[in-house]
Design a binder for this molecule. Structure first.
Ligand code: AR6
Length: 201
């Protein structure tokens, strides 16, 4: 199940958005070589691994990723990546060059606008870090949609909106933005979110 869409870009080249079901740790870019590609990790603020997709990425990447994470400076004791921010490391044994670690919000039903602002920042900062590092393709999981409990349709909307916004900015170096969704619920929500953006497939 792969769906591909064209995102318009202001400097006349285009960025491809893909939606696919699968395991992010096995993802490879289709338009560019893997040595200019990254995957995004739904990490936690400590950035030393965890459960869910974070655990899967660390298992697949091996000890080298953990070492790279340990070398990321702490912004305060124990915290390497505050919620909403993003950090880049090498990728150990993964088939891509880099991992962009970001931390989405733990969904707060009492304050959904704050949660939305933080999820927006997590995607926007991950895409900005990709561009700053001349990355050509990046693949995302459904950030905050697992143990962090973000409502999936709302998260899909934020994710697709940020991909479109970044793709239409002057600063992008990306040719390909992928979402690799682990289950049908997320996949279907992302398909719906793309529909609302009226993208050309
Ligand atoms: N490939 C793609 N997506 C996956 C994979 C995979 N291999 N495995 C799980 N998912 P979660 P969060 C999906 O819980 O909600 C960690 O412990 C999963 O089905 O991984 O941002 C961190 O250390 C769900 O749709 O991330 C943090 O403490 C999505 O990835 C915390 O979880 C995100 O689920 C972050 O929570």
């Amino acid at each position: 199940m792969l769906r591909a869409y064209v995102l318009a870009q202001s400097n006349s080249s285009s960025v491809r958005l893909t939606l696919e079901r699968g395991d992010l740790t096995k993802w490879a870019p289709r338009l560019v070589t893997a040595n200019s590609a990254a995957i995004a990790n739904a990490a936690n603020e400590r950035m030393l691994g965890g459960g869910g997709v974070d655990g899967a990425i660390h298992r697949a990447a091996g000890q080298a990723l953990l070492e790279a994470c340990r070398n990321v400076p702490e912004t305060r004791p124990g915290i390497r990546c505050p919620t909403g921010e993003a950090r880049i490391t090498s990728a150990g044994n993964l088939g891509v060059a880099n991992v962009i670690h970001t931390v989405g919000p733990i969904y707060d039903a009492a304050n959904p606008s704050e949660s939305k602002a933080l999820l927006t920042r997590a995607y926007a900062n991950s895409l900005a870090v990709a561009a700053e590092n001349q990355i050509s393709a990046v693949a995302f999981p459904a950030i905050s949609c697992g143990v962090f409990g973000y409502p999936i349709p709302d998260a899909a909307h934020v994710a697709v909106e940020q991909a479109v916004m970044h793709a239409t900015s002057e600063t992008t170096t990306l040719k390909e933005i992928a979402f690799v969704l682990f289950d049908n619920t997320c996949y279907d929500a992302w398909v719906d979110a793309v529909r609302t953006q009226n993208l050309e497939s």
